[in-house]
Design a binder for this molecule. Sequence first.
Ligand code: NDP
Length: 472
Amino acid sequence: MRLPLTWLSLTVLTQRTVVIFGASGDLSSRLLLPGLGSLLAGPRATAVRIIGTGRSPLAADEWTDRVRTAFESQGEIGPVAAETLATTQYVAGNPTDPAHLRALLELAGPAPVLYFSLPPAVTTSIVETLQRIELPEGTELAFEKPFGTDAASAAALNKLVGSLVPEENVHRVDHFLGRTAVLNLIGLRFANRLFEPVWNAEHIESVEIVYDETLGLEGRAQYYDNAGALVDMIQSHLLLVLALLAMDAPATMDAVEVRSEMARALRSTHLYRGSAIEASRRARYTAGIANGRVVPPYAGEAGVDPARETETLAEVTVEVGTNRWAGVPFTLRSGKALGAARKEIVIKFKPLRHLPSGLHGGRDGETLRIGLNPGELSLSVPALGVDGPYTMGQVFLDATLPSSAVLPYGEVLNGILRGDPLLSVRGDVAERCWEILEPVIDAWHTDEVPLEEYEAGSDGPAEWQTPRESAA
Ligand code: NDP
């Protein structure tokens, strides 16, 4: 068993250095540094040294100001964040240049974290260069999504990375795994007498995992037009949420145990009814008003190549082929420029087979809604008396999860800094998430599944309002 805190990591915790490649970029200033700031402001804060690097010639003050702004966005700067600010530095250089990499490693010292916040092709090229450079013992490597562009390229990248450091030192980042609501699936399921005994096909009719945004492209056409909703959200995030929902109980909360159970669930996952044509839908938005703003048609957005036919709304239904889940449709859906920001897991329980005669009204079973952002829980249960005595209706039990002050990126970084891969995506899982969706990607490329349209600000194409499996 791998201990999360070895003697080495205890020593390193006081002086761990994170080298951020692509430090001048959007991810670094918008998500990574604020995430780190939220971690450093809390009780689990430990001193960290940050070295930012990139080709941009940032002056020392300019870089420190960026880090300070990110930390301040998380509240008053405390002693640990102040120490981090005092030691941070920026080193300009081309990240693919071996001499620059050697100098960075020398500067970082023992057991550094190398965080690749770069376009994927640049990251791959650095990893290739690192083959020729000896890495310090205990080096941790952190990779942003997307990890590869299909199962074969993810496997090739895994092989390359595996020749540098052991798998437990590799962190494929999915910040969804750092969200309070997603982490809480473990507590909700495995420490809960009410839900775990009925968490199976015997009692559950269907599961939806939805991440609908009202936001459109927000200037990220260059990235998004190459990814689309399927890869941007379903491949890299929602399948991991599915793994936590569908897995069996891990023996312990150790990374090895939890990640094995997640991997086992995904190995059993395949398209519902086996066919991409039946199990997937895609659409893109036309002009409309979303989020209070006039939105141009996606095909007319700056930086979009309409010929790519990139979808802005994707839906895929899968089945987890285990004794626990066989026959239950899990529908994963995500899109942009929609009328409502619906970010939730919806678990529909089956109605009871029989009601005493004399009871009238709805036969619906319970529905559990788990908000992904914010973490709201709502359980609707059948009850009497809503529309008169002996008439069935639904009542709602609502709760809000205590929200962590640590941002999802802070939670993920906490694991990386401790050398604990619990919240990192394991190599085989990264490959498996591509494999599950490859038939869909192929069917979409060959137009076997038509690209539909929806007006920006609507709920999606009209015929999508009925779940597919119940319409069939
Ligand atoms: P950017 O496109 O902003 O690139 C980050 C930095 O990489 C740039 O500032 C640039 O720094 C450097 N860079 C760009 N091209 C090259 C090149 N050809 N050679 C060397 N360096 C280069 O990316 P983001 O910050 O948006 O994202 C970084 C990673 O995180 C990507 O893998 C992305 O997929 C992932 N990601 C991003 C999210 C986001 O919201 N931004 C969300 C989730 C994941 P310089 O010019 O200083 O060298």
